[in-house]
Design a protein around this ligand. Structure first.
Ligand code: F6R
Length: 244
């Protein structure tokens, strides 16, 4: 638990930078799992600063984003492609050929094959070194909404009504928020060698309490993280304020 979001974001960015530099020293690539939303923005801003001011290079970093709305055009203002470009990728030296984000433009009959291929690419690279997560008020990680299975893989899902309501500002009304998304599964996330879930502010206190202290259940998918021994919750005081 950190005093504030800024201190926590700097600490997470420093860990990512150390991971990348450590692997670079061994001549290895780093495979990162990335999240969108407001939560990781401070981490991405600090990674950009580390790139600009302290020579951190992303040339041998491979990224896989957790999710994308479906359907979604990559150049739409609300797409996670646009989000990642604006908040990180356009400001660092990453090779865009090494960036992976679920494809919101697929025909529905092609989605299953795409998802299997996403999993295949991840495992051929030896899996994720580190997965960054936020948490939704439904308890979702990625877009694994209530009802998600612990061994779920990358797939097309239906978004919870609360998730669509929370996204409505970005879309100018809930009716414009897609009803579906492609997301990595809980099982996909679990395979990462390190998982960091971040949450800021008292708005997340109640779901953080359920995620950390509640009964493990598909009703709150983030509770499955209690079963992992390589997960860490990074919180500010507001988000931690419901913990006993
Ligand atoms: C985003 C994602 C979601 C968000 C969650 C929290 O890629 O997978 O699980 O992390 O909805 O969103 P924010 O950070 O906007 O509160």
């Amino acid at each position: 638990v950190y005093a504030d979001q800024k201190a926590a974001s700097l600490a997470v960015a420093a860990r990512i930078a150390a991971l990348i530099r450590g692997k670079q020293a061994l001549g290895q690539q780093t495979v990162l799992g990335l999240a969108t939303g407001v939560t990781p923005i401070g981490v991405y801003a600090e990674l950009i600063r580390l790139h600009r001011e302290e020579g951190l290079s992303f040339k041998d970093v491979i990224t896989f984003n957790l999710d994308e709305y479906y359907p979604m055009k990559p150049d739409a203002a609300q797409s996670y492609v646009t989000f990642m470009n604006e908040n990180l990728f356009d400001h660092i030296d990453i090779d865009k050929n090494l960036v992976h984000i679920p494809d919101g433009t697929l025909e529905q009959e092609d989605v299953a094959a795409f998802c299997l291929d996403y999993e295949r690419q991840l495992s051929e690279l030896g899996g994720l070194d580190l997965q960054l997560l936020g948490i939704g008020r439904t308890g979702h990680i990625g877009f694994n909404e209530p009802g998600s299975a612990p061994n779920s893989g990358t797939r097309l899902v239906t978004l919870d009504d609360l998730t669509r309501r929370d996204a409505s500002r970005d879309f100018g009304g809930k009716q414009n928020v897609p009803t579906k998304a492609i997301t990595m599964g809980v099982g996909t996330i679990f395979k990462a060698r390190e998982i960091i879930l971040m949450a800021w502010s008292a708005k997340k206190a109640s779901i953080i309490r359920k995620a950390v202290e509640g009964e493990i259940s598909g009703d709150v998918p983030a509770t499955f993280l209690q079963l992992s021994d390589h997960v860490e919750f990074v919180l500010d005081e507001g988000a931690a304020s419901g913990l006993t």
